[in-house]
Design a protein. Sequence first.
Length: 167
Amino acid sequence: MFSKTRVTENRPQQATAGGAQSETTPAPETTPERSHDAPPAPGMPRKRAAPSVLSSDLTVVGNIKTDGDIQIEGTVEGDIRAHQLTIGESATIKGEIMGDDVIVNGRVVGRVRGLKVRLTATARVEGDIIHKTIAIESGAHFEGSVQRQEDPLANGGTKKLAPPSGE
């Protein structure tokens, strides 16, 4: 990492002034910057990266899974699993969405599972919501059932209903 500091600004003066200024140069200042960029030691928590963004002109057919944060503005036909999941106003999701923190501004057709679920005024959800805490703003459109669970992300929590048989 390069940065403009007094060390780089004073180099020509150091050559003419002798060794007197080299004692006052803050060389240790550059060392912490390097160690700050180093990966954390094993067992230490990692810094959160910037959220991944799927733009409004993108259509994904398939499942998406990440341990990080994701913001969806386009169309996804499949299940989504993330730490923090934000469904943008222009987004349409057809599938189950799961996350620690789920914010729905757009359209979801399918189950929503999250520790914290928030439906904003522009949200349109057609499906069940399984949550630990929930907030539904005035103006949100919701068709389905709401169920509170202590751990809504647990795999064995609720079973998906079987489709009706054609017999």
